[in-house]
Ligand binder design. Sequence first.
Ligand code: PMP
Length: 377
Amino acid sequence: MIKQELEELQNKGQLRKIPDIQSKSNGKIVIAGKEYINFASNDYLGLSTKDDLRKEFLEHNDSLLSTASARLLTGSSPEYKELEATVAGIFNKEAALIFNTGYQCNLGVISALIGRGDVVFSDKLNHASIIDGMQLAQGDFFRYKHFDYENLEKLLESKRGQYKRALIVSESVFSMDGDIADIDKLVELKKKYNCLLMIDEAHAFCTAGNTPAGISYGRDVDIITATFGKAVGSFGAFCVSNEDIISYLINKARSFIFSTSIPPLNIAWSNWLLTEKRDFILSQKQKLTDLIINVHKQLNESGVMTPSESQIIPIVIGSNEAALKLSEKLLAEGYYIPAIRPPTVPEGTSRLRISLTADSLLKDFSKLLDIIKTVVP
Ligand code: PMP
């Protein structure tokens, strides 16, 4: 039965395999002994593979490699408090709570806040962790069409009154489309319909907006979640909010309560980067921003269609087979850009998700675009 299902996935072009990755650095990746230009990384500022940074950090830090416990037992340490203060400060919020991953963060926050008689209104293209959080939560949920805030308002008008607590949730920079939500509009709607607003800044934290924060900074967003596993080049995730909500999550978020916490060494690494290396983060962010502007200019001139407004650039192909074929062709040309297929993206929208980092080179993108233009009208 399992074999048969695997065969079905294979026949549909949806079977996934873990690539044989050997090393990564400076915008390159070595897979099965061959080096490729890496256009698939979420290490948007290139921090995770900078040897000099890692060495400098390790010279001064000998934090423990395990907590051997959840935070509420013996798994907390001063490193946690410092990092929580740092991220709360970055977003100018009262408090923060670290989760082990962004997945566990979204899952825990939504399922804690939304109980029986409550409701979530979620953008249809929100990340799997948000969908799974809504499914785990005991309340109801409605998914509005991607970026269709009229559709959201209609849902709010007809449904909001039937529930106690209501949560509107959206990503800021969308993970598979690279387009950016209208946070001001969402703030307007959450106020009008008395909802909490939660924004997932996983792909915007340290890459978008005017500070190292993200797009929600300075806006009336109740709960912001983000990960340290992408632009910060580390691991783990956090939620920032007011003190009551954070205390509530400490008491109710099961993915926080019932899981051994992240090793302090890793927490210290995230904090060191965000504090001691803030200037480097800002200079890498500027490099990325300049690259994004130039790349989008080239995309506009080329006529290749993409919804992107950020470092994430999807080239939507359609079928799994065609997306896989293009990905293989690009691999043969020296570019690593895996095909993204359902269930990560909706059926019929399989794509190449080009991901720019501060280490990507414009000339590499230009060559890549030349190849893509021969395939995609
Ligand atoms: N939210 C979004 C929008 C994401 O893209 C991701 C990761 N792909 C996550 C949350 C999960 O973060 P993490 O990898 O830290 O679990």
